[in-house]
Design a protein around this ligand. Sequence first.
Ligand SMILES: NC(=O)c1ccc[n+]([C@@H]2O[C@H](COP(=O)([O-])OP(=O)(O)OC[C@H]3O[C@@H](n4cnc5c(N)ncnc54)[C@H](OP(=O)(O)O)[C@@H]3O)[C@@H](O)[C@H]2O)c1
Length: 288
Amino acid sequence: MQQTPHTPVALVTGANSGLGKATAQHLCAQGFRVMMVSRDRARGEAALSELSAHAVGAPPELMLADLSSQADIRRLAAQVQARYDRLDVLVNNAGNTFMTRQVSVDGVEMSLAVNHLAAFLLTALLLPLLHAAPAARIVTVGTRLETAMQLDDLQWEKRPYNGLAAYAQSKLGNLHFTFALAERLAGKAISAHCVHPGVFRSNLGRRSGPSPLWIRLITALSAPFLTRPETAARRVSYIATAPELNGKTGGYWGDRVPLPAPPQTRDPNIREQVWRISQDLTGRPFAE
Ligand SMILES: NC(=O)c1ccc[n+]([C@@H]2O[C@H](COP(=O)([O-])OP(=O)(O)OC[C@H]3O[C@@H](n4cnc5c(N)ncnc54)[C@H](OP(=O)(O)O)[C@@H]3O)[C@@H](O)[C@H]2O)c1
């Protein structure tokens, strides 16, 4: 085991870019030992050396995993469990957009696989380590897009594929997941929150295939008016660390203020159906 007893430990997915890198940087600056998860060694090592300068205590470390692969997620979780005996903060940040329908190695539509199921499975597998921390937090990065999950076609097999709608639907999964998880962890020393980070400049969707011209144009034209990921990361690290949130769970947050939950997520029946489908698609990692 590597950490000293008093060094809080955090894991951030998608930590080589954008919001994840900036959040990892905030946590390093607050004295966390940060595991930075990246799917690409070169991009991960570049971010690691950039962030090493910000570490107050233990240096951050890099872990490699393609979160579209459930085998990779299981390998990552086993690696974390072999190296650490507790986890104080888990930031489920990695996300992507797909403008054409793509399917993961597990046969799952990619938006659902990367944006929702990866967080679901990784959290389930790391739950024993989170239980071992005195007061752990799970922060899942959502987005504020009003939509609904179409439960009879979560994978876009019956409808014409729409990349933006698939993204929005998968990100709503983050919220259903957070609410259902918080209910299941009630009374335990683990809280679960979902945060909308705002709209900011990043590399979102740049590595998942070509985007239509109109999306590239909107992205380029809007970039100068968007905030930086470092600003958005303040929201995430606040939820991950603020002492005033001790004892609170199941929150949906904007910039340090609670956001209204979208209508569909207030329906416990739908929330439970999303949970059950997610369990089925990931090999039932949560003990019922
Ligand atoms: N940008 C916004 O305005 C905005 C708004 C609301 C919510 N969000 C959310 O913020 C989060 C971070 O996104 P970002 O905007 O910072 O975009 P970003 O710069 O592209 O960062 C996304 C991170 O996720 C990683 N990732 C993507 N697919 C992965 C996979 N299969 N396995 C492992 N890692 C993978 C990326 O790795 P690579 O570098 O290898 O691609 C990258 O490190 C996402 O959950 C996104 O939905 C963003």
